[in-house]
Design a protein around this ligand. Structure first.
Ligand code: FAD
Length: 511
């Protein structure tokens, strides 16, 4: 079945497939691996739990798009005090279909950390440059055309500029982005170069088969080597298994993402001699602050996040503006009633900003009841201090740009009416449980390490315990990176794929 997309509803009975490489997951990690290995001449099959949705199906109906593209319709929660709202993709193209498109190379200080903390050699900026360049070319990483920059980006930047804080025009994976500001619900113009319109078509052109609506159950392991997957075609609406699927292949790749890859391994009880599967989970927590400006902004015009404030990057803080449709925004604010009505009357004048906080602690991922995923993460005092400082700094920037009021994600301290009030955040005894946090950057739950005692995969992504089983998704990122992660994940996947292609003869014989 070369070069085909097979959607679950077209499968009529059990399937048995032979391939060179079997991959679970079609997001940032899986799609890159699939394309690179198809281009190397290998027969690749990708199994994806989510459905396939073409660009022409993408609309601005956010609730409809969330149903189509998000795991659990975007209602997942990472447990802790506070709970953290979490969202990820579940569709052909994975989270890249709904992400904001920010693309950054892994900072040098982080690559150095990989060497110092995890013993990972071969990851200097010079040594990784070739893979980053390849990824950037394939997904067209570039700055926005100026006429697509949103007024909300310009408003945040104006405040940062006024205070002398360094900003950076974001590099994004887009080609002629039309600035519809619909990134988080899918790109209706096809301008965002998600996996759906970049690496996956590339893989299929070279013969890869993608099977959508197909959930992998387990890795086939024989004599200590992976030999493919057992999976089920599922009913898209109910998730009920319909037909069994077996894919046998000498090389097996897990790219189900940082929440699902460790769950698959733990349910099966493999790859965990180090005890590190599902540990070291980081999530780059995010707090949202909403300014009502002294002028109309129309934040829905122009692209999602064209600029970030990088002045405090070395303190683990980045800031950006992100438009959220009013219905979703209302659900996520810590107030209701008259205050909510007054709040919503000002939608035209809002700048919705976020502070992203580099992790200073780690959480866990475990299988939960009824096929669910149990995620835990308890923000530590250092991380919490960063959250408060981030909220204070972004409030300062928004007031400097003309905010009349800044709404906060804090129970008991819902807003500031002037920059003179910002200090209250440190005076009123705000506790972690008072603050609403969210995140979309899951990582490191099967981390890469040079030492089998401290990680799950070796520096090329092969698991220490099961031969010919590779992981190429966000779960292998060795440490927190403090920036949006997709380009780091794609670099690791591209590097891992090159290793598999180069070692193909040996890997096939060994199987
Ligand atoms: C709303 C949002 C905005 C974001 N914005 C940015 C941004 O601007 N820049 C950035 O760098 N990052 C961003 N990210 C994060 C980035 O998209 C992810 O870090 C990245 O896509 C993760 O890649 P991955 O391959 O690990 O997982 P994913 O891309 O999530 O792909 C995993 C795939 O595996 C599938 N899968 C899981 N389990 C199974 C199974 N058992 N069987 C079959 N298939 C399975 C899933 O359905 C999914 O499609 C954002 C994420 C979200 C959700």
């Amino acid at each position: 079945m070369p070069g085909r997309l097979i959607q679950g509803h077209n499968v009529r009975g059990p399937l048995e497939i032979e391939a060179d490489v079997a991959i679970v997951g079609s997001g940032a990690g899986g799609a890159v691996t699939a394309a690179e290995l198809s281009e190397a001449g290998l027969r690749v099959v990708v199994l994806e739990e989510g459905g396939y949705h073409e660009t022409k199906e993408i609309t601005t109906n956010a609730l409809d798009m969330i149903q189509k593209f998000y795991r659990d319709a975007g209602t997942s929660v990472i447990m802790g005090k506070p709970n953290i709202i979490f969202a990820e993709g579940r569709c052909v193209g994975g989270s890249t279909v709904i992400n904001g498109g920010m693309c950054w190379r892994t900072p040098e200080r982080v690559l150095k950390r990989w060497y110092l903390e995890m013993g990972l050699d071969g990851f200097s900026p010079k040594e990784t440059a070739g893979w980053f360049e390849k990824v950037e070319k394939n997904i067209n990483v570039a700055r926005q055309d100026p006429d697509t920059v949103s007024p909300h980006d310009l408003a945040l930047k104006a405040g940062a500029d006024r205070l002398g804080y360094k900003t950076e025009w974001n590099t994004r994976n887009q080609l002629h982005c039309a600035g519809t500001n619909n990134c988080a619900f899918g790109c209706p113009s096809g301008g965002k170069q998600s996996m759906l319109v970049s690496y996956l078509p590339r893989a299929m052109t070279r013969g890869a088969t993608i099977l959508s609506d197909t959930r992998v159950r387990r890795v086939i392991v024989e004599n200590g080597r992976a030999q493919g997957f057992e999976a089920d075609v599922i009913d898209r609406a109910t998730g009920r298994p319909l037909h069994p699927v077996t894919v046998r292949a000498p090389v097996t790749v897990l790219a189900a993402g940082a929440t699902q890859t460790p769950v698959l391994l733990q349910r099966q009880g493999i790859c965990n001699s180090s005890g590190q599967v599902g540990r070291n989970f980081t999530c780059h927590p995010n707090a949202k602050v909403v300014a009502v400006m002294d002028r109309d902004i129309y934040g829905w015009k122009g692209v999602h996040q064209a600029v970030q404030v990088h002045e405090f990057l070395n303190e683990g803080l980045i800031f950006a503006a992100v438009f959220v449709p009013p219905a979703l925004l209302a659900m996520s604010m810590p107030f209701a009633g008259d205050e909510m009505l007054e709040f919503l009357e000002n939608v035209n004048r809002m700048v919705i900003s976020g502070v992203l906080v580099e992790d200073t602690t780690t959480g866990t991922i475990r299988p939960g009841p009824m096929g669910s995923t149990l995620m835990t993460y308890q923000i530590d005092p250092v991380g919490f201090e960063r959250v408060l400082r981030g909220i204070a700094l972004v409030s300062e920037m928004l007031f400097a740009s003309g905010a009349k009021r800044v709404y906060l994600p804090i129970h008991g301290l819902t807003h500031f009416d002037s920059p003179d009030e910002i200090h209250k955040i440190y005076r009123l005894g705000v506790k972690p449980t008072d603050v609403e946090l969210l995140t979309v950057h899951a990582m490191s739950s099967c981390r890469m390490s040079a030492d089998p005692r401290w990680g799950v995969v070796n520096p090329w992504g092969e698991t220490f315990d099961v031969k010919n089983l590779f992981i190429t998704d966000g779960s292998i990122v060795p440490t927190p990176i403090g920036l949006n992660p997709q380009e780091t994940i794609m670099m690791l996947a591209s590097r891992g794929a090159d290793y598999i292609a180069n070692e193909w003869g040996r890997l096939r014989r060994a199987a």
